[in-house]
Design a protein around this ligand. Structure first.
Ligand SMILES: [Zn+2]
Length: 130
């Protein structure tokens, strides 16, 4: 009898639904140019990114590496999450993105997610670190 061992998908496989090359090039303040990728993420990861529990650049969950939400510096990629993540969410979200005063942003984001996730996935444009 042939027995195949089923292995569950990795966390990455379950949450990064698609990565596609993009023609978008961004220019950094210091003049470096970077190509971006289109990355489609699961609703769970998007919510974590919106709520500051996961890094928008490297997708590290802060809890896993012993960091609080919205850390001043992501242990993995060095992003200043506290300062930059909300700006990157707004900047890199494809299509509609949440706007409004900071204190109501989380509610708006959740409302946005509920509406947005009538589609199976959402796309953000992410820095291509490859
Ligand atoms: Zn990071």
């Amino acid at each position: 009898m042939n027995e195949r061992v089923w292995t569950p998908p990795t966390e990455w496989e379950r949450n990064v639904l698609a990565i596609e090359p993009s023609k978008t090039i961004i220019e950094e303040p210091d003049g470096r140019r970077r190509a971006l990728s289109q990355v489609a993420l699961s609703e769970e990861w998007m919510r974590q990114i919106f709520q500051g529990y996961r890094c928008i650049r490297c997708f590290q969950e802060f809890k896993e590496v012993g960091q609080p939400s919205w850390p001043g510096r992501c242990k993995v990629c060095g992003l200043n999450v506290k300062r930059d993540q909300r700006r990157e969410i707004v900047e890199f979200f494809k299509g509609e993105h949440p706007v409004g005063p900071q204190d109501s942003l989380v509610d708006r984001e959740e409302e946005f997610l509920r509406r947005r996730f009538h589609e199976p996935k959402v796309q953000i444009v992410k820095e291509d670190r490859g």
